[in-house]
Design a protein around this ligand. Structure first.
Ligand SMILES: *Cc1c(COP(=O)(O)O)cnc(C)c1O
Length: 399
């Protein structure tokens, strides 16, 4: 079956994840080939001229297009339910390409305050220099979003659930708010992936990914993507990427294609292990509080479940231990199985102390305001046996 078959449009999620995007070549290969080439050859000077003039379809140069990269783009677009996808060299360059492609000097962004650290840096340190200002609001406070909109607001930007506290925003009302003001809603869907949450179906205009995380899922490569409509993403964002050059490498695209094949299985398994770990931590006497969307105690738990915004609680949780940094570091340093690293979305469990790493650049006041205490530990739950993860954490929690 090929994705140009008439019934490809009706394929379910799992089928699209396995089949969409591969145009089999004359060799009859079963696995997607890696087109490891920087440029492409033309049959004649006239054909070259026609390609450059855009009169003849086909590849020219891998900064512009590459068949392996296109296969990944088509597959991810099909999974997110978008008309177009542009792959990028990293998640950050996906965000940069969105801003360069869709905003101009004088425009304004409203963003959730809890944000991936480099995204905040991109907005405040770099975009600001080009005359694009950003206001930050509480992710969960719809009134605050509405109050922050200005006449030149063109983009609302958020991550849900947030890192590391897993706070959630309802996407649909924010899409309505954006559209009422002629702005776009962009959702960084890194934590959920389309296996758990599809922002475009909820009204968002743009979905952004760090493919480095769950799309790869095995900690192998850095990459990113933007998904949305044919004009904004297929032309405007694509134009920035092909001109400025943060294009995805064909080899990394191939890794992500393979990652997408098992995405739904992995995301459901991550959530199953995370839910068990969250329930166990919630009962542990040394744990003051667990932040996990799948727990009934989570403030936005109503957004979680089959048919709700987010299908499961996801794979990431955090928890507070009494005793501040010293106690948190003791738990982290007592682990022998969990990897002490800031990465997430890997089959192997990772453990992080946000206050001294990912959120270490914030002032102590800003961290406190955000609820990121010295005793907070984030776990990106992998696919190991939950009993082994529990035993690993118990070493420090029980000690
Ligand atoms: C990692 C991450 C990014 C940035 O992606 P890179 O691939 O590291 O450039 C953006 N947003 C979120 C939520 C992330 O976790």
């Amino acid at each position: 079956m090929h994705d140009d078959d008439a019934d490809a449009a009706s394929w379910g999620f799992a089928t699209r994840a396995l089949r969409t995007g591969h145009q089999r070549t004359a060799e009859g290969e079963h696995c997607e080939p890696i087109f490891m080439t920087s440029s492409f050859v033309f049959a004649s000077a006239a054909e070259a001229a026609a390609r450059f003039a855009g009169e003849s379809p086909g590849n020219i140069y891998s900064r512009f297009t590459n068949p392996t990269v296109r296969a990944f783009e088509q597959r991810l677009a099909a999974l997110e339910g978008g008309a177009a996808c542009v792959a990028t060299a990293s998640g950050m360059s996906a965000i940069l390409a969105v801003c360069m492609g869709l905003l101009a000097a004088g425009d304004h962004i409203v963003s959730s305050r809890s944000l991936f650290g480099s995204t905040t840096m991109l907005f405040d340190k770099y975009l600001a220099r080009f005359g694009i200002a950003t206001s930050y609001v509480d992710l969960t406070d719809l009134d605050a979003w509405a109050a922050a909109v200005q006449p030149r607001t063109r983009l609302l930007f958020l991550e849900t659930p947030s890192n590391p506290l897993t706070e959630m925003a309802a996407i649909a009302p924010l899409a309505d708010l954006a559209h009422a003001h002629g702005a776009l809603l962009a959702v960084d869907n890194c934590f959920c992936t389309p296996a758990l949450q599809r922002p475009l179906a909820l009204g968002a205009d743009l979905v952004i990914h760090s493919a480095t995380k769950y799309l790869d899922g095995q900690g192998r490569a850095v990459g990113g993507a933007v998904v949305g409509d044919a004009k904004r993403v297929g032309e405007d964002v694509f134009g920035v990427v092909r001109t400025a050059g943060p294009s995805l490498s064909p080899f990394n695209a191939w890794l992500f294609l393979k990652g997408l094949e098992t995405l739904e299985l992995r995301m459901l398994a991550h959530a199953r292990v995370a839910a068990q770990l969250a329930a166990w931590l919630a009962e542990h006497p040394a744990v003051a509080r667990v932040h996990y969307p799948g727990l009934a105690s989570h403030p936005q738990h109503a957004l979680v479940g089959e048919g709700a915004q987010q299908r499961t609680g996801g794979g990431i949780l955090s928890f507070d231990v009494a005793g501040g940094r010293e106690a948190a570091w003791r738990v982290i340093d007592a682990t022998r199985l969990c990897s002490i690293t800031a990465n997430l979305g890997d089959t192997k469990t990772t453990i992080t102390h946000p206050a001294s790493t990912t959120h270490g650049r914030l002032s102590p006041e800003a961290r406190a305001a955000a609820g990121i205490g010295e005793g907070l530990i984030r776990v990106a739950v992998g696919l190991e046996c939950v009993a082994d993860i529990q035993a690993d954490l118990a070493r420090g929690l029980d000690g």
